[in-house]
Design a protein around this ligand. Structure first.
Ligand code: CUA
Length: 288
């Protein structure tokens, strides 16, 4: 019996398919061969250190390989020429150990300083809080209402029905509104993210934001913040292989002027009466 493809060909095709499908849900829209454009404040520092490391390692690689090739040719085995015996050179040893130590320390100190700004300092007080809870395979998003406050989220209270782990009676949460897979951020305003997961490990990843954060179930991460400096449409992609539907775990993200954000939020906000009628969660208010 003859088959259309040999076994080796089929295996090659399967491997190719796997390689092309990749391990992340991102579909790159622009700049396939180089970094996507950067639109956030922190992105400048991240790109800067990327280029510094790229140039340092690039120059080192060229220098090391050309020296190596030169030596291989110059000291190749030839009849009548005996080998040169070297017992090392202390000055050279100190120089080529000292320079890398200095470079690595400088990179570590600079990187640590930037990381402190990004993740270890409290986000600005005027930041807009936005909660994003990953699930197989989508994004639950929660925005504050007119009070600018999100309901308090507790990781241990996160359930299938209560993805944000909030207390339905929390007065801060009564005017919150939610979307599924749709995020709108006002430009030039700090955004404080509250990230979590309902089931397995997901990751919040927006290449143009230079922002990546794993979301491990059982935790609410409240230290990630960003400030977008340009408007545009972007894609939030899950960046942890989280199951069969991982590849389609996208979110639509747009950065818009403040006024446009306000209009969008107004349209999404629950109407006080309608919310109470349609809500399946009892709305309990203090003093009633
Ligand atoms: Cu969620 Cu991959």
């Amino acid at each position: 019996m003859r088959f259309l493809f040999s076994r080796v060909q089929l295996l090659t095709l399967a491997l190719l398919g796997l390689a092309i499908s990749g391990a992340q849900a991102e579909i790159r829209q622009t700049s396939v061969w180089w970094l996507p454009r950067n639109v956030t404040m922190f992105g400048h520092e991240i790109d800067f250190i990327f280029y510094v490391i790229l140039i340092l390692t690039g120059v080192t690689a060229v220098a090391v390989f050309s020296t190596m090739i030169y030596f291989i040719v110059k000291y190749r085995a030839r009849p009548g020429v005996s080998a040169v015996h070297s017992h090392g050179n202390n000055t050279l040893e100190v120089i080529w150990t000292g320079i890398p130590v200095f470079i690595f320390l400088a990179l570590a100190i600079y990187g640590n300083e930037q990381w402190t700004q990004m993740r270890l300092k409290t986000p600005p007080a005027d930041a807009l809080p936005v909660a994003v809870i990953g699930e197989q395979f989508g994004w639950n998003v929660r925005y504050p209402g007119a009070d600018g406050k999100l309901a308090k989220m507790t990781a241990s209270k996160v359930t299938k029905e209560n993805p944000f782990g909030v207390d339905p009676a929390d007065p801060a949460g009564l005017d919150d509104f939610t979307t599924y897979g749709e995020l709108v951020f006002p430009v030039e305003r700090p955004i404080r993210l509250y990230l979590g997961s309902k089931d397995v490990i997901h990751a919040f990843y927006v290449p143009e934001f230079r922002l990546y954060q794993d979301m491990v179930p059982g935790r609410i991460y409240d230290f990630v913040w960003l400030k977008a400096e340009q408007t545009g449409k972007f894609q939030l992609a899950c960046n942890q292989l989280c199951g069969q539907g991982h590849y389609k775990m996208f979110g639509k993200l747009s950065v818009v002027p403040q006024s446009e954000y306000e209009a969008w939020a107004k349209g999404k906000a629950p109407q006080p009466t309608a919310a109470r009628e349609t809500s399946t969660v009892p709305v309990v208010m203090a003093g009633r």
